[in-house]
Design a protein. Structure first.
Length: 369
């Protein structure tokens, strides 16, 4: 216990602000793993638009409100969360820290958020469930087999206490990630993903409906990017519509994630939960997504940075810092929780202050901080 307390105190001293995870992560990773973590597809336009779309949104604060008793938590899939955050699926967590998915699930349990485990993340769904039995976990699947193969994964996830099952649907073809290609880097997740891609390419609404009809578990679709597909998803029984462009790592020249969110929220019209990821790096980003109708946000790249920097303790500390930022934003907007947020709390500005890129949410790094 004393060693655990000493480690926690050390982490708190080392990481006072979120951007300190960046340099620590880069120091711990080889060039290939680093580029895999921060890179996008081709020109990285979609990745940059994720950040640009967030930065163009400006707050309209209200003042002289009683903001005592502020609560940054929410509920999702029937579970109380300390923040409206899902630690998004990352297939190669084991390249950032030796515990792989187990360490991130432990962090989710310690802090009180959800973890979505990737099907290509080691040590696998059973081992992660055993390592982090108290964590709120969702299982995410890349389809790499036939109907029986899919059903086996759904059943195993349900048997091991996963609260929902998510299909990633924007990976019919693997994005051309030129940072990786230029260095000849192949992630350990990609080595697994490359097998059976034809099953992903043929996975259809009929296949999803078959799973919906067979299993009584919340189903999610990750990779929705239009109102049209959101409407179909809800009609076919999707419980959670997950707005995502895979962190800008799949289709280049797509829209920023938060630019897509309003049309999806309108199409869903309260019939399903809505999750957003794509460039979420600060507490302000979380609040902006909640104002525009998200029920939770996914944290991917920031999760990877914290995990590479300091393992499980790093992810917990990252969440603590995000919580401080979220609480500050909510209070300064004049509300005590997400139910007090309104569309008029935000306005779109024509220009962003900082040139967007994967790490532009941390401009003080450029000044040597």
């Amino acid at each position: 216990m004393a060693d655990d307390n000493a480690q926690a105190n050390d982490i708190e001293v080392r990481f006072q602000v979120l951007h300190q995870f960046v340099d620590a992560a880069q120091a711990n990773l080889d060039d290939g793993a680093w580029d895999y973590l921060i890179g996008g597809a081709e020109t990285e336009t979609t990745q940059k638009r994720n950040r640009l779309a967030l930065d163009r949104l400006a707050f309209r604060p209200r003042v002289m409100r009683d903001v005592n008793g502020l609560n940054a938590g929410t509920s999702f899939l029937g579970r109380d969360l300390r923040l409206p955050i899902i630690l998004a699926p990352i297939g190669s967590l084991q390249q950032f820290y030796e515990e792989g998915g187990s360490g991130v699930s432990k962090a989710a349990g310690i802090f009180g958020v959800m973890h979505m485990l990737s099907s290509v993340c080691k040590p696998g769904l059973e081992a992660v469930a055993q390592a982090a039995p108290d964590a709120h976990r969702i299982f995410q699947l890349y389809v790499r087999g036939d109907a029986d193969w899919v059903d086996d994964h759904v059943k195993r996830a349900m048997d091991n206490g996963y609260l929902g099952f998510c299909f990633t649907i924007d990976l019919d073809y693997y994005g051309r990630r030129e940072r990786d290609k230029a260095k000849g880097f192949i992630s350990v997740a990609r080595q697994t993903q490359a097998q059976g891609e034809e099953y992903q390419r043929s996975f259809s609404w009929d296949d999803f409906k078959r799973v919906r009809d067979k299993f009584d578990t919340p189903l999610m679709l990750k990779g929705i990017a239009t109102a049209e597909d959101a409407e179909i998803a809800v009609k076919e029984g999707c419980d959670v519509v997950y707005v995502s462009n895979h962190g800008g790592r799949q289709l280049d020249h797509g829209r920023g994630g938060i630019d897509v969110l309003p049309e999806v929220v309108q199409a869903v019209d309260g019939r399903a939960k809505v999750v957003l990821d794509g460039g979420i790096m600060r507490g302000a980003d979380v609040v902006k997504a909640m104002i525009l109708g998200a029920d939770a946000v996914g944290i991917g790249r920031l999760q990877g940075l914290a995990y590479a920097a300091a393992g499980t303790a790093g992810v917990v500390r990252m969440l603590e810092l995000l919580e401080l930022e979220v609480e500050s934003v909510l209070g300064l907007l004049g509300v005590t929780g997400y139910d007090g947020l309104e569309a008029k709390h935000i306005i779109s500005e024509p220009d962003a202050v900082n040139a967007p890129h994967a790490l532009s949410a941390f401009p003080l790094r450029d000044e040597g901080y």
